[in-house]
Ligand binder design. Structure first.
Ligand SMILES: Cc1cc2nc3c(=O)[nH]c(=O)nc-3n(C[C@H](O)[C@H](O)[C@H](O)COP(=O)(O)O)c2cc1C
Length: 316
């Protein structure tokens, strides 16, 4: 039997003063579209959860098909479909009542728009805010809008910082030459933590019968197991850059985490918490409790009493 919550080994973590009973965080864009869905995620053992990213105006996103599974994960080009900030504020009002911390996700086309969305969302009662500067497949946003550079990262982060006192996480792309520099720019702009990473690519999957790409947008971000080694290296690079710059900021390691061993790998690379996205499709919504149980069992087997003992263990 796996150890029960509250028992040794202790897998609780602290993210900028926010207490999580275990390090799993629902990643943005997966299930986080309503308060009721987030409640389910909480019941299924997540330590925290992130809402699907919200834009100022409603967006339809890309046409279907927007998501395809393949042997090593998923390719998606959802394109930030969402009902816009007005409807999101109605949906998430009083979100602080849920039994786990819920993180907002605000996105925009330029710094001012990010700040506007964030300013509208945060009074709902979110515990923290994440801003993705890293979508690889939505024109006008993220990488396709140049938000992945250190300069843009610092500028956008600073604009958002001015509208909220809550912990601010900046979500970075793996598709940059020096992710550590981008992370330091985010901290320079006032971020409290780093979410690493968003999807990789974009990649393409072709239907050889029809001789066409499967996704309507032709290409999409790669997530799941194919992303995991890249994401672990990104967390390692960010943690190393922070350490060399003598800065302390928690990292949420995101990308292909599907089991307790994967979570441990992220933590050893320097993560405090782990995002879980694609694995929800693979293992079901119970994945959070399962990862927590597996992580406790692994800690027990490796003689680890608390995650702080091994956080960043592979860093020099
Ligand atoms: C279908 C889908 C939709 C996503 N939508 C968002 C989103 O709205 N905002 C965001 O920041 N990331 C979004 N992501 C990226 C995930 O939050 C996560 O960073 C990425 O999938 C890697 O984690 P995973 O391998 O555990 O899925 C999305 C991913 C998928 C698969």
């Amino acid at each position: 039997m796996p150890a029960a919550e509250g028992q040794k080994p202790d897998i609780s973590v602290n993210l900028c003063g926010i207490a999580l009973s275990n390090p799993t965080v629902l990643a943005s864009g997966i299930l986080g579209i309503s308060k009721e869905m987030l409640r389910r995620v909480a019941e299924c053992g997540a330590g925290a959860a992130t809402i699907k990213s919200v834009t100022l105006e409603p967006r339809e996103g890309h046409n279907n098909p927007t998501v395809i599974a393949f042997e090593a994960g998923m390719l998606n080009a959802v394109g930030y479909s969402n009902p816009g900030v007005d409807e999101a504020v109605g949906e998430f009002q009083g979100i602080g009542e849920l039994p786990i911390p819920i993180f907002a996700s605000a996105v925009g086309t330029e710094a001012e728009e990010f700040a506007q969305v964030a300013a509208r969302l945060m009074p709902c009662g979110f515990a923290a805010l994440e801003i993705p500067l890293s979508c690889p497949h939505t024109p006008g946003y993220g990488i396709l809008a140049g938000h992945g550079t250190p300069e843009a990262t610092e500028r956008i982060t600073r604009a958002v910082r001015s509208v909220t006192d809550r912990p601010l996480f900046v979500k970075l792309s793996p598709n940059v030459p020096a992710i550590g520099e981008v992370a330091l720019a985010a901290l320079e702009g006032g971020a409290d933590g780093i979410s690493a990473v968003n999807t990789l690519g974009p990649g393409m999957i072709i239907n050889v019968e029809t001789r066409e790409p499967v996704l309507d947008f032709k290409m999409g971000g790669v997530s799941g197991p194919a992303l995991r080694p890249v994401a672990v290296r990104c967390v390692y690079d960010v943690a190393g850059a922070l350490r060399r710059a003598k800065k302390r900021a928690p990292i949420i390691g995101i990308g292909g985490v599907a089991c307790g061993r994967d979570a441990m790998e992220m933590i050893m690379a320097g993560a405090t918490a782990v995002g879980v996205g694609t694995a929800v499709y693979e293992r079901g919504i119970e994945v959070f409790r399962r990862i927590g149980d597996e992580l406790r069992d692994l800690c027990g087997r490796l003689g680890i009493e608390s995650l702080g003992e091994v956080r960043g263990a592979v860093l020099d």
